[in-house]
Design a protein around this ligand. Structure first.
Ligand SMILES: *[C@@H]1O[C@H](CO)[C@@H](O)[C@H](O)[C@H]1NC(C)=O
Ligand SMILES: *[C@@H]1O[C@H](CO)[C@@H](O)[C@H](O)[C@H]1NC(C)=O
Ligand SMILES: *[C@@H]1O[C@H](CO)[C@@H](O)[C@H](O)[C@H]1NC(C)=O
Ligand SMILES: *[C@@H]1O[C@H](CO)[C@@H](O)[C@H](O)[C@H]1NC(C)=O
Ligand SMILES: *[C@@H]1O[C@H](CO)[C@@H](O)[C@H](O)[C@H]1NC(C)=O
Ligand SMILES: *[C@@H]1O[C@H](CO)[C@@H](O)[C@H](O)[C@H]1NC(C)=O
Ligand SMILES: *[C@@H]1O[C@H](CO)[C@@H](O)[C@H](O)[C@H]1NC(C)=O
Ligand SMILES: *[C@@H]1O[C@H](CO)[C@@H](O)[C@H](O)[C@H]1NC(C)=O
Length: 620
């Protein structure tokens, strides 16, 4: 018995010596704990398969750590949009920002001859073209660019290196822009060949690990605000200066330490619309590692968006330029402003799909959708698959005019706030019933306007009493029309999101007609930004400042001042707004945006932006 076992073992070891011991083994952080496990099996189990809950992740290394990317060519001409966007830390062959690498290791190989060689490469070709693998040659200086060498398809590792185990890392030159071109998946191959002599066939062992580039994610309003953003005003623009001063005072009152960031590349005041701050994150040893990605709006004529590449790109900050070759996204269509792209906080939908980083939401305008390149990005990144509302009944047509998400004490941890004309009308009727129907429907201080602007725009409520407004048939029709669409949008929302109907917070709203008329044709060949009204429909705009169109900063809410009817020295609108936000545990600070934004079809939210926390996991 004993002898038989001995012979069996001998036979096995002979066989092993000839064929078996060569075992290529490459590993990444497959279990997403921030480490690569070479000894145990935590990162080897199912490493060749990637799913939303399992599989290694790497970042698109698209910042500009050393501010090396040019904004003009050698003759001083500005670079084109595409040229601007091309340059980033990963557009070349040097590892400029090692802090954004995802680790890859090979298990040290003992039983190889001095002749053993190996290659490491990525498939498919689309991934090979958009990722970089590096090997750390100077183990003592992992933070130095010089220590890392690009691993090309033609680079061979030798036996010394394989015995020690390769210290490799990967980053992305790109994020997913269009899944039909590259869906973000990358399979990293490790191929070892050992030839002891010419008379014995070479032994070959191959191994793979599945990886995927981190998705580009937009921020939902429950994420912590790091920096508040608006647009700078020059000396000639008192109205914007006044707005910026109010926003900055509110920032200080709330205790946001970072100074206000003011866009200054153009006189475009719509800081919400020209760009959408987004981020990409992956697991790291001390928590998530993240990079910020500023998405430019698909509105090529709004040069303010270029400041993503001209000013904002830098260490840890990259940009997205919507492709110019998709046939949409040219010009200035308001549907493509990012006031029309918001993010529903994390939840599990009624259909059972989880959105751990939240879900994108945008408004379509009848048969028009958000531009192709932005849809390609949102759908291609999969994690925040958009929900689509109908906002074509609004003149500007952005989702932020009608909805907002607030922290809330329910199972979801948040709720929806939505504009409501029934509530707006009820407030006016009660003012009238209480005997104050003769007061002006809107209380904006016109003397104050005159100190800021020579010829301030007027609005109907400034010259109409509450009773006159209530008696106006067109006005009433507009509210009914708006409410029909608000209700339909709420139905769409509640059919997807398991939010209790009674937890929805309603904010009083009133609209007026702002139809541009069919004659609006731009002389310069660009798309119109105000499309003609569809037959049987209208295009409305907020009569009262839209009080869902503000800024959520934790439990603080920066709200457009409503300028409602004044009764006994009180704006009757305010107590309703404050009560509504108090349901969500939020404190309201009013900002007067009447002249700066409201009278131009927007509110505070449209004229500001927020840089929110980025080091958040989306993979759990
Ligand atoms: C490399 O940089 C990181 C911070 O990015 C630091 O924590 C680490 O200590 C550095 N390592 C070395 C060897 O200098
Ligand atoms: C193996 O490769 C390393 C790195 O290129 C090199 O320093 C070393 O000399 C090579 N060893 C042999 C035995 O060729
Ligand atoms: C393997 O290496 C030895 C020397 O180390 C050399 O003589 C032999 O030719 C090599 N065999 C192959 C197949 O390269
Ligand atoms: C614009 O703002 C940037 C900081 O974001 C600053 O460096 C630059 O000097 C400003 N330019 C002008 C003209 O104010
Ligand atoms: C200054 O503001 C005015 C009014 O908004 C605007 O027309 C002008 O273009 C601005 N100038 C600069 C240099 O931004
Ligand atoms: C309007 O008045 C009625 C009757 O007093 C009251 O029940 C209702 O709550 C009031 N509505 C609003 C929005 O204040
Ligand atoms: C309206 O604005 C003017 C000019 O700023 C100011 O003197 C006046 O007190 C304001 N009126 C009210 C009711 O706030
Ligand atoms: C009041 O009615 C007139 C005539 O129908 C209309 O032109 C106007 O826009 C209405 N006012 C408001 C505030 O809706």
């Amino acid at each position: 018995m004993r002898q038989r076992i001995g012979l069996f073992a001998l036979a096995l070891s002979l066989q092993a010596g000839l064929t078996a011991t060569l075992k290529a083994d490459i590993r990444a952080d497959t279990n997403r704990d921030g480490h690569v496990d070479l000894k145990g099996t935590s990162d080897s189990t199912d490493k060749a398969f990637w799913s939303s809950t399992h599989g290694a992740i790497f970042l698109p290394n698209v910042g500009d750590k050393q501010m090396r990317c040019a904004t003009t060519d050698l003759t001083g001409n500005p670079l084109s949009n595409d040229e601007l966007a091309y340059c980033n830390d990963a557009s070349g062959h040097l590892l400029l920002a090692p802090e954004y690498l995802a680790p890859l290791r090979t298990v040290p190989m003992a039983d190889i001859s001095d002749n053993a060689t190996a290659q490491v490469y990525t498939t498919p070709q689309a991934a090979y073209d958009r990722t970089r693998i590096f090997v750390l040659e100077d183990l003592s200086k992992p933070n130095a660019t010089k220590s890392w060498r690009l691993v090309d398809r033609e680079l061979y590792f030798n036996a010394t290196q394989l015995r020690a185990g390769l210290v490799l890392a990967i980053d992305g030159r790109e994020f997913v822009k269009n899944a039909a071109v590259w869906d973000g998946h990358a399979t990293v191959h490790f191929e070892v060949t050992d030839a002891i002599s010419y008379s014995v066939p070479a032994k070959v062992s191959t191994d793979e690990v599945a990886m995927k580039v981190a998705p580009v994610l937009t921020h939902h309003p429950l994420q912590r605000v790091e920096t508040l953003v608006s647009s700078a005003a020059n000396e000639t623009n008192l109205v914007q200066s006044d707005f910026v001063a109010q926003i900055d005072a509110a920032r200080q009152k709330i205790g946001l330490e970072n100074p206000l960031l003011l866009f200054n590349q153009s006189s475009d005041i719509w800081a919400q619309d020209i760009l959408e701050p987004a981020y990409a994150s992956m697991p790291g040893p001390n928590g998530p590692i993240a990079i910020r990605i500023m998405m430019r709006s698909a509105q090529s004529t709004r040069t303010g968006g270029r400041q993503i590449f001209e000013q904002l790109r830098g260490p840890g900050v990259g940009g997205f330029q919507p492709g110019s070759n998709t046939g949409t996204g040219f010009g200035y269509d308001t549907i493509n402003s990012y006031g029309n792209l918001e993010t529903i906080p994390p939840h599990r939908s009624k259909k059972g799909r989880t959105y751990p980083a939240g879900r994108a939401i945008f408004g379509k305008h009848w048969d028009q959708l958000t531009s192709q390149p932005v849809r390609d990005l949102l759908y291609g990144n999969e994690v925040q698959m958009p929900l689509i509302l109908e906002t074509g009944w609004l003149n500007v047509g952005h989702v932020d005019e009608i909805i907002q998400f607030l922290p809330y004490d329910n199972e979801l941890g948040w709720t929806l706030a939505i504009g409501d004309t029934r509530l707006g009308l009820e407030i006016l009727r009660n003012v009238s019933a209480a005997g104050h129907g003769g007061v002006m429907a809107q209380s904006y201080n016109v003397s104050r306007a005159a100190t800021l602007e020579a010829d301030p725009p007027t609005q109907p409520g400034l010259t109409m009493s509450v009773d006159e407004l209530l008696a106006n048939v067109t006005f009433q029709e507009n509210q009914a029309y708006a409410q029909k669409h608000l209700d339909a949008n709420l139905d769409i929302f509640l059919s997807e999101v398991p939010l209790d109907h009674k937890d929805v917070i309603r904010l009083p709203a009133l609209f007026e007609d702002a139809a541009p008329g069919p004659e609006f044709i731009r002389p310069d060949g660009l798309h119109v930004y105000w499309w003609p009204v569809i037959e049987g429909e209208r295009q409305l705009i907020g009569l009262v400042p839209a009080t869902v169109n503000g800024i959520i900063i934790g439990d603080q809410y920066l709200c457009p001042q409503p300028w409602g009817p004044m009764v006994d020295g009180q704006d009757v609108w305010m107590s309703h707004i404050e009560a509504a936000y108090a349901r969500a545990g939020m404190t309201v600070t009013y900002i007067d945006d009447w002249l700066s934004h409201h009278s131009h079809g927007g509110e505070i939210h449209c004229g500001t932006n927020t840089l929110r926390q980025t080091d958040l996991p989306w993979w759990e």
